[in-house]
Design a protein around this ligand. Structure first.
Ligand SMILES: Nc1ncnc2c1ncn2[C@@H]1O[C@H](COP(=O)(O)OP(=O)(O)OP(=O)(O)O)[C@@H](O)[C@H]1O
Ligand SMILES: [Mg+2]
Length: 341
């Protein structure tokens, strides 16, 4: 029997009443997040990502629908039970939100103080966590004395202090440069592996999803456009919203530089094959050149993948034979006509 999801969202709706009318921030959201997932939620600005995570820990009250945590409808909990669930969900933000008048250690102790943990125990826990995030030597530094990456490490340590089961990350790396982003993402992955904490990552960058998530939901204009394993969505993006994210180089709606109306195909390779011999073999077999419009390789959840976009001759019979040749060699092929200029 499959285990119960740690978070299950059912028919969730959120409407904000504003003086300019109602804003439907979330429409019919259904998601299952399993224990141990690193679950990405990606979408454009204003899509509803922050509202969705805020509904998960009841910082926002849903207008309709349910959020189940460990099988319990959190909107029905009160008092001690609600506090307990909230403590089970740590959160980090783009702007770190550290208390500027407290040093790193005292920031980490803060949620423990609120929970009534005695000072000595809290300090001992902070020490452990400083070690976990690699900042043991900065325990007495104030936020103003720390870099962005270091501040986010302290914020992570603070979020972990009450021993949560889930860590919610709302654009946690959006204020950081690519190298620092990579080091924070690798820390999150390490925390997921070593402590078994479920991580929910909100982002507008596909590269963040590719680096650490195992599953992804694409949120587009307040609803879930597509959800699945990161690998599945990379191989077979079905909706326009997913294709925009997955197709080459983030060149979303811009046409490829195809020279004429010949059809274009996107070919995806897994880490075990390489496209040069496959394409070279095809060109030799059919004695017909193909135009390579785009090629790159990516690392998705630790595995290497490559994608290329090729333009093949217009003659239908020849084209079909070429596609059959590619499919027989175990690569994934899909037409991308919508993207030809
Ligand atoms: N408290 C609020 N009152 C009124 N409207 C709101 C409120 N919070 C969010 N909204 C609206 O709900 C929609 C979704 O906002 P949300 O902040 O969830 O988007 P987002 O995907 O997190 O965007 P970003 O990537 O810019 O952070 C937007 O249209 C926003 O203006
Ligand atoms: Mg947001």
């Amino acid at each position: 029997m499959a285990s119960q999801p740690i978070i299950e969202i059912k028919a969730l709706e959120k409407t904000f009443q504003t003086k300019n009318g109602a804003v439907h921030a979330l429409k019919d959201i259904n998601l299952q997040i399993e224990q141990g997932d690193i679950f990405g939620i990606i979408g454009m600005s204003g899509a509803g990502k922050s509202t969705l995570v805020r509904c998960m820990n009841l910082l926002e009250r849903p207008t309709a629908g349910q959020v189940l945590f460990d099988g319990k409808d959190i909107a029905r909990l009160g008092g001690k039970d609600l506090r307990q669930v909230r403590r089970s969900m740590g959160m980090i933000f783009q702007q770190f939100n550290l208390l500027m008048q407290r040093d790193a250690e005292s920031n980490i102790c803060f949620p423990l103080e609120i929970a009534g943990v005695d000072k000595q125990t809290a300090k001992a826990r902070a020490k452990e966590l400083l070690e976990l995030v690699g900042l043991s030597d900065r325990a007495h530094a104030y936020p103003s004395q720390l870099s962005g990456g270091q501040k986010q490490r302290i914020a992570i340590a603070r979020a972990l202090a009450p021993n949560p089961k889930v860590l919610l990350c709302d654009e946690a790396t959006s204020a950081l440069d690519p190298t620092t982003t990579a080091s924070i993402l690798s820390l999150l992955k390490d925390i997921n592996r070593r402590l078994g904490i479920t991580i929910i990552i909100i982002t507008h960058e596909m590269s963040v999803i590719e680096q650490i998530c195992n599953k992804v939901a694409i949120i587009d204009q307040s609803h879930i456009a597509e959800v699945g394993s990161v690998e599945d969505i990379f191989f077979h993006p079905k909706t326009a919203a997913a294709q925009k994210l997955v197709y080459p180089d983030g060149k979303k709606s811009e046409p490829f530089s195809a020279q004429d109306s010949s059809p274009c195909y996107r070919i995806v390779f897994d880490g075990n094959s390489s496209f040069e011999p496959v394409i070279a073999g095809m060109v030799l077999e059919f004695k017909m050149p193909v135009n390579i419009i785009y090629a790159d390789t990516k690392n998705i959840d630790g595995k290497a993948f490559g994608q290329i976009v090729i333009q093949v001759p217009e003659q239908q019979a020849l084209r079909e034979n070429m596609l059959r040749y590619l499919t027989r060699r175990g690569v994934t092929v899909e037409e991308v006509t919508g993207y030809v200029g």
